[in-house]
Design a protein around this ligand. Structure first.
Ligand SMILES: [Zn+2]
Length: 346
């Protein structure tokens, strides 16, 4: 029998997963503290499966606290029990360092639309003036670097209940699941005063094609073609691609955009005898034509691309968007912990 707190957490996970503006694929994580144990979502698992599968790992909380109390975030969480071969979330340290019993981290798209703007901190200060105890955290690579930054920002204010993570997402912390639910509701209500989700028309009847022996099919979700039909969104693909870590991890460092199919054919180049030189991307964007994917493009990638479309759609203009820099992108693309998550998504 699950404990009452575990049952409440499982229900909360399933509820969150119903809303694609809050949860995409295996993104986000949640934890609760019970005595010496920190229960945290395993890397690569999905909120939606919380009630049918064991998606949580048990980590030695005391062990992590010993390091955190000395200001150290470079520590490998020690597993107590867990589902076979699971790794605790990349953000386990972040969960351990906040003192509240329940902590949830989401890549929620409405907050993200604020957090990718260069003036995010200033705008949020006005928007969240009446929100209890929140703080803005400048961008850091997920994992130990982000945990160190949060530790530095929160050590003198343990009552912080909301972290707004630049170019990343949100963290909410509370004594009970109900408190966290209500904080999330309040946050979203405060933000949506300012931005609304526009209606996005779908594009159907787009035909696929083949280049260098590779079949490119129109992406299954017809809304996503909007990215190449709306001039502002197409510009976004070219200028505002790397908006947050999961976007880069699942979809790569840049969007491959082409004016038409001939342009793509030329750019993909003639392959040599081994076919080595041919460009073989798994997703391409052809202006006023469609978004095309090759075999192997998976559901996690499609969800991520839809999330990107939604996030940009919230913004009245892309002029103030700030993307991750080359250094941040390289760090994400070459990271073992993220390769593990990409593998699990396949
Ligand atoms: Zn995250």
């Amino acid at each position: 029998m699950p404990t009452p707190i575990r049952s409440a957490i499982e229900q909360f996970c399933v509820d969150l997963a119903q809303d694609p503006l809050l949860v995409q694929g295996a993104g986000g994580n949640i934890s609760w503290k019970e005595g010496q144990v920190l229960w945290v979502k395993a890397s690569g698992t999905r909120f939606q499966n919380a009630q049918q599968q064991d998606i949580f790992t048990a980590v030695d909380y005391q062990h992590l606290r010993t390091f955190l109390d000395k200001g150290h975030c470079n520590v490998q969480p020690r597993l107590i029990t867990s589902l076979a071969q699971a790794r605790p979330s990349i953000e386990t340290l972040l969960h351990a360092l906040l003192p509240q019993k329940i902590v949830v981290h989401l890549h929620a798209l409405l907050p993200l639309a604020y957090l990718i703007q260069s003036s995010a901190q200033k705008i949020l200060q006005a928007q969240l003036a009446h929100f209890p105890e929140w703080t803005f955290i400048p961008y850091h690579q997920p994992g130990a670097e982000l945990a160190s930054a949060v530790l530095a920002h929160t050590k003198n204010c343990p009552a912080v209940k909301l972290l707004m993570l630049q170019n990343h997402g949100i963290v909410l912390a509370g004594k009970t699941v109900d408190e966290v639910r209500s904080l999330l509701g309040r946050l979203l209500a405060m933000l949506s005063d300012d931005m609304t989700m526009p209606q996005i028309p779908a594009y159907e009847n787009i035909c696929g094609f083949a280049v260098n022996g590779i079949e490119y099919s129109p992406i299954q979700d017809p809304l996503i073609h909007q990215l190449v039909y709306q001039p502002a969104l197409y510009r976004g693909l070219q200028e505002c691609w790397a908006i947050c870590p999961d976007h880069v991890v699942f979809l790569g460092a840049k969007a491959l955009c082409y004016t038409d199919r001939i342009h793509f054919q030329h750019q993909s180049g003639d392959s040599d005898d081994n076919g080595d030189k041919a460009l073989r991307p798994d997703v391409i964007f052809i202006k006023d034509d469609g978004v095309f994917v090759a075999d192997g493009f998976n559901t996690a990638q499609q969800e991520q691309l839809k999330a990107y479309l939604h996030t940009l759609s919230f913004l009245p203009s892309l002029n103030d968007v700030q993307v991750l820099n080359h250094h941040d992108i390289a760090a994400l693309c070459n990271w073992d912990a993220e390769h593990y998550r990409q593998q699990l998504a396949k």
